[in-house]
Design a protein around this ligand. Structure first.
Ligand SMILES: [Zn+2]
Length: 289
């Protein structure tokens, strides 16, 4: 390790629970190794549907979701949680998406500036965000992906966003991707279990058949050890309001996630991987100096 910068990893995501369901094993594993792991979360999850029993004791859905996130962050041993100040959006077409504070409607430059500021303050060597389709085409995931990619390349340039602190260039950028082969299997099998792959998820608004393509290359896989997997499981339990009905806890996808939860997969966006080159990293800090 060159310099005196402690090893630092940041995940830039959209909602309370993105840190756990997609890549909780990875975050826990690095935290256990002594890496400073930070989650920058764009929204507080104000919009998502919640059962009244979970809202008890909270003044809003956002307060409840942030409390769940705080619990999960403790289980994953994250060093810090940062809120970027937006309101979450629904799936495409939802009226929430036009709210003045909606992340999905916010100007790219504005969101980028917030992420640049965080990158310059936290100084991570490694940055993780969603893939270009936001995992399952959620508008918030896509918005934060776009802002994070732009911010990653701008943070090291003192001429860009000078109001956001001194320039700092992170070294690696990854997209969290899920292996399509599991998904292809799910899409094929769900009808056999009486489930419609076009109406998936808690709000039945996720069309799994649209997610089978495109296929993103996998350049890194982080295999969580038993302790990290258990930390992730405890973090999952923190997100009680998101587990009440449907996936990801139950059913066929739950089974698939149980198979894949020990193995989080990533596409390396930076440094770029030459076309057709085979890269299979087992450590996101590989090559970091
Ligand atoms: Zn999300």
């Amino acid at each position: 390790m060159g310099g005196d910068q402690p090893r630092t990893l940041i995940f830039v995501g959209a909602h309370p629970d993105d840190e756990t369901f997609g890549l909780g094993g990875t975050l826990a594993q690095y935290a256990m190794q002594g890496v400073k792991v930070v989650y920058a979360c764009a929204t507080r999850g104000d919009v998502g549907s919640a059962d009244p029993e979970h809202l008890e004791g909270f003044s809003s859905s956002g307060d409840m979701r942030w409390a769940e996130l705080t619990c999960a962050a403790q289980e994953l041993k994250l060093s810090d949680l940062i809120y970027l100040g937006y309101r979450d959006s629904g799936m495409p077409g939802s009226p929430d998406n036009t709210h003045p504070d909606a992340l999905a409607a916010a100007p790219l430059e504005e969101v980028t500036a917030k992420v640049v500021k965080v990158l310059r303050e936290v100084k991570p060597q490694v940055v993780i965000t969603f893939d270009p389709i936001g995992g399952y085409r959620h508008p918030d995931h896509i918005a934060i992906h776009n802002a994070t990619v732009r911010a990653f390349h701008a943070a090291g340039d003192p001429a860009q966003f000078p109001e956001c602190g001194p320039a700092y260039q992170p070294q690696k950028l990854y997209y969290s991707v899920f292996p399509r082969r599991w998904l292809k299997m799910a899409v094929r099998w769900m009808p056999l279990f009486g489930r419609d792959p076009r109406r998936f998820g808690r709000n039945h608004d996720v069309d799994l058949t649209q997610l089978v393509e495109p296929e993103f290359p996998v350049h890194a896989a982080i295999r969580a050890n038993r302790a990290a997997a258990e930390m992730r499981q405890r973090a999952v339990a923190c997100h009680r309001s998101q587990l009440a009905s449907g996936p990801p806890a139950n059913g066929l996808l739950g089974l698939i996630m149980r198979f894949s939860r020990f193995n989080d997969t990533y596409m390396r966006a930076y440094p770029p991987v030459p076309a057709n080159a085979r890269v299979s990293e087992s450590d996101l800090f590989e090559g970091v100096n």
